[in-house]
Design a protein around this ligand. Structure first.
Ligand code: ADP
Length: 473
């Protein structure tokens, strides 16, 4: 753990395992509620000085951290592949994406503008100034174990907040490596603190109830996000929530079915489907269903699962046994209710994969609303195709979910693309595009997918308060 500028190893520790092999690759301190309080006290003590530093100073540290992260891209990516499982190339991309947030917010730090506002009184002036919200508590997930940290740390530190962060119990080593970079970059003691733990709930309770914490930022499941938002409500702490998703991927019959299927294969199996923006229902207009499925099936069958350290493998393991069980339950349920299984559909245990958590890349068609997969987030390598006939019906079908994070649309008709963009109740929409994410673009969900936005110009606002001065002259 990293508290008040010092590395701390407490006993007991908990083991961290490689999901591809089951091997223990390291240990992390099993931090307690007392450690969380200690870290918050350190962040509170460091706040006045950090908040009063110039934006240029804070920016310079983030720039340095950005450079260090790129210098260490390969080592960080290898650690990520061993701890989280994604193929090394995907880990390299994630480290770059993580560094992008440090760079973006190093730049945004200097653009925290206020304003002067005309008054109705000639003897009065209004001055609105932005200030940091204060101590931030952050809870992060395992699926993107470095970029989800910098997406919070970058803007919080740029704004002048101090931070206490608890990473997911599956990926504490990536979090430790990220904090090593902040320390190397010269971040003053207490400004960012790391508490690892095998048991998240007691730490979460402290984050939600400690009076010094003014803001909670969380990325994870909708169930935990709701629990934390409720726990933070009595003190009216500000909250940002990046929660689950159930992305529709709509392919209209004026689109090129092969191009759309390639896109679907690329985005669906990214990170073995363990992404909150992963397509969960692929709606395909029936006239082009045949060529779409042929192309998608060809792609799915070529995906080779295995240890992400081997460059021949394009799909890594799921994070743990519970994830395998959830995916398999959804697949079995769909097949039992009449879905067509076109590829995969089972755990992989041969060719040396028996020690890891591997599930075969799976393609299902004829998915209907009564199936679990139509509503529940899958977080696994299953492409679920829902044929549709009428273009007028599909928007309502796509919006028929409590989630509202990402959606994808394939069409060559500009008017249809824009109308669909406007009608979909989702925060992030790819239009003939499968990668609508960037440090420069606002990321976040509607409905039960979350509150607030990360990245972009908006990202830093989440960590700022507006203070008004009314001045008589
Ligand atoms: P997932 O199901 O994808 O693992 P979670 O929402 O359980 O998603 O985990 C996301 C983050 O939330 C992790 O850092 C995890 O430790 C943390 N977490 C899980 N349960 C709680 C809780 N009750 N209080 C605080 N944090 C929690």
């Amino acid at each position: 753990m990293y508290i008040n500028g010092e590395w701390l190893r407490s006993e007991p520790t908990f083991p961290v395992s490689n999901p591809a092999t089951g091997e223990t690759i390291g240990h992390a301190s099993d931090g307690t509620a007392a450690h969380a309080r200690q870290a918050i006290d350190a962040a509170q003590a460091a706040l006045p000085l950090w908040a009063s530093e110039t934006a240029y100073f804070r920016s310079s540290i983030l720039y340095r951290a950005h450079g260090l992260m790129l210098d260490q891209q390969r080592e960080l990516a290898e650690l990520m592949t061993r701890e989280q499982g994604k193929p090394l190339k995907a880990s390299m991309n994630e480290v770059k994406y993580a560094a992008d947030f440090l760079l973006w917010f190093a730049e945004e730090a200097k653009r925290v503008y206020g304003e002067t506002i005309p008054s109705a009184r000639s003897d009065q002036r209004f001055l609105a100034q932005k200030q940091p919200v204060g101590v931030v508590a952050a809870i992060t997930p395992w699926n993107y174990p470095i970029s989800m940290l910098t997406r919070k740390l970058g803007p919080a530190l740029a704004a002048g907040c101090t931070v206490v962060l608890k990473p997911a119990e599956a990926t504490p080593l990536c979090a430790i490596a990220t904090f090593e970079i902040l320390a190397q970059a010269g971040l003053p003691a207490g400004v960012a603190n790391l508490v690892t733990s095998a048991e998240p709930a007691p730490i979460g309770d402290v984050f939600c109830t400690h009076p010094s914490v003014r803001k909670l930022t969380f990325t994870g499941s909708t169930a935990v996000g709701k629990h934390l938002a409720q726990a933070a409500a009595p003190q009216l702490k500000r909250v940002s929530m990046e929660l689950g998703g159930h992305a529709p991927f709509i392919v209209f019959d004026d689109a090129d079915p092969e191009h759309a299927a390639k896109g679907a294969a690329l985005v669906k199996f990214l990170n073995t489907g363990q992404a909150c923006i992963s397509p969960n229902r692929i709606f395909v207009q029936r006239r082009i269903l045949g060529p779409f499925l042929d192309t998608l099936r060809g792609r799915v069958e070529k995906l080779k699962a295995g240890d992400g350290m081997d460059p021949g493998n394009s799909i890594g393991p799921l994070i743990n046994e519970a994830a395998i069980a959830k995916v398999d339950r959804q697949v079995q349920d769909a097949v039992a209710k009449g879905a067509s299984l076109l590829a995969g559909g089972a755990r992989l245990t041969t060719d040396g994969l028996d020690a890891g958590c591997f599930y075969g890349a799976t393609l299902l068609s004829d998915i209907t609303p009564d199936m679990l997969i139509y509503r529940e987030e899958t977080f696994g390598p299953v492409a679920a195709v829902v044929p549709f006939d009428d273009a007028d019906d599909v928007i309502a079908m796509a919006n028929d979910t409590d989630y509202g994070l990402a959606a994808y649309v394939y069409t060559q008709n500009l008017s249809r693309a824009l109308k669909t963009f406007e009608q979909l109740q989702f925060g992030i929409i790819g239009i003939n595009d499968i990668n609508p994410t960037s440090a420069a673009a606002p990321f976040g969900g509607m409905k039960e997918s979350g509150l607030g936005r990360e990245g972009a110009r908006e990202g830093i606002e989440e960590y700022l308060e507006t203070k008004l001065g009314g001045i008589s002259i």
